[in-house]
Write a protein that binds this ligand. Sequence first.
Ligand code: SF4
Length: 343
Amino acid sequence: MHPVKLIKVVPDNQLSALSWQQQLSQAITDPAQLLQTLNLKSEDFDHYTPATQQFSLKVPHAYINKMQVGNPRDPLLLQVMAQSQEMLQAEGYVKDPVGDLEANKSPGLLHKYNGRVLLITTGACAVHCRYCFRRHFPYQQQQAGREQWADALTYIQNDSSIKEVILSGGDPLVLSDNKLNHLISLLEAIPHLSRLRIHSRLPVVLPDRITSSLVDLLANSRFNVCMVIHANHSNEIALAEKSALKKLKQAGIHLLNQAVLLKGVNDSLKKQVNLSEALYDAGVLPYYLHLLDPVQGAAHFDVELTQALGLITQLQNNLPGFLVPKLVREIAGETSKTPANEL
Ligand code: SF4
């Protein structure tokens, strides 16, 4: 193995002197650097290289700073660090587990559920989550770049049953404010649309993305705007994230969370209680807890259905109902998410 250049964890106060775009461009993409930054040895994660060749590693410093140095089982590290198990073939694990390609109606537009469509605005993310159900998605062909928005917009224009557009990706908040503004204005010109939903992991992996100009842009939209953040563990919601989320909340943006139930990351009562409470403190309501989508490369994160159902029962016994997320599975071809107790 080649010697690795030593890098230092960028302290939080130095990070906030950088723009979110600079922070994004400085995200770590070399697994050896990530391990060295966290004072870990390559032996802590054996043979990870083939997995990174299949799905590259990417993690910004703001996220790394919330990991525990020296802990190879850190729940945030496990979400982003490539592992040899990703290359094992597991029965039932496929490249497109939720039927995205079937639901593709126009470049970058997925129409799965009544009344709402999903726009794949970009293939880029600020972080690469190893369990991602789109880790094999052919973004090159599917993302709706500016030139392709026209087709997607025509599709939406021609179907007055569509009330809501969901901006997804990749992560829509890696787009510049100018691009987002342009896209949102085009959508606002379609009279039958009333809701805009943004799914993003940036509020918890790169909180400086929540700039005043982004908040203003969303607050001034004619749409009723909802942001669904993706936090899986309470350690993801520290001071900077709370303050970013509070800015959105104060601007009237509805905030919900969807998490994925992940073995070794958040599969205990204590971790789920902590997550729900941290979310509520930050002004966010738990919405969905997803059973893992069976995407090739992620089987080592799977939590058995019976264990997951038991966990929800325990949560119901320990938290008020509004802090208990709905446990669901997304099944290709179904017209909505399926509650886990109906599986
Ligand atoms: S941010 Fe979302 S889309 Fe991007 S890799 Fe993570 S789970 Fe997948």
